[in-house]
Design a protein. Structure first.
Length: 129
């Protein structure tokens, strides 16, 4: 069981995340490479919400391949190209992991590997069997 840490001596998180996530001893870890919005057929959806949805679906599928679920997420690192896309991203994120409240960092960047990519998400998960 992952334990969330949000002490009252630190400002409340600004969004759906926790300041710290404690992983129990002997837990299995799964570290995901940065996920971009590319479908199995090579297509890239348009718009931040469509891209974020595909990325979270891909994350969910990768976690499932390791016998894990979104609830096992410890951390997300989000790289987003346009700050104006943050509300759309947060809507999708909250749909998938709003109750999970894993650790999270969001960074506004100048660009990703291809101009059509609007967002990339790295994830780490842990689970005790």
């Amino acid at each position: 069981m992952l334990k969330k840490h949000n002490p009252t001596t630190v400002a409340t998180p600004l969004s759906a995340y926790s300041h710290g996530v404690e992983v129990p001893a002997n837990a299995r870890w799964l570290c995901l490479s940065g996920q971009i919005a590319i479908s199995t057929d090579g297509s890239v959806p348009e718009g931040i919400e469509a891209q974020a949805t595909l990325i979270f679906e891909n994350i969910k599928n990768i976690l499932a391949s390791g016998n894990m679920a979104l609830e096992d997420l410890v951390r997300l690192n989000v790289y987003i190209v346009n700050a104006d896309d943050m509300p759309g991203f947060r809507t999708v994120r909250d749909k998938y992991v709003g109750d999970v409240k894993c650790g999270s960092t969001m960074i506004i960047i100048a660009g990703l590997a291809k101009p059509e990519f609007l967002i990339e998400i790295e994830a780490m998960a842990a689970k005790s069997d």
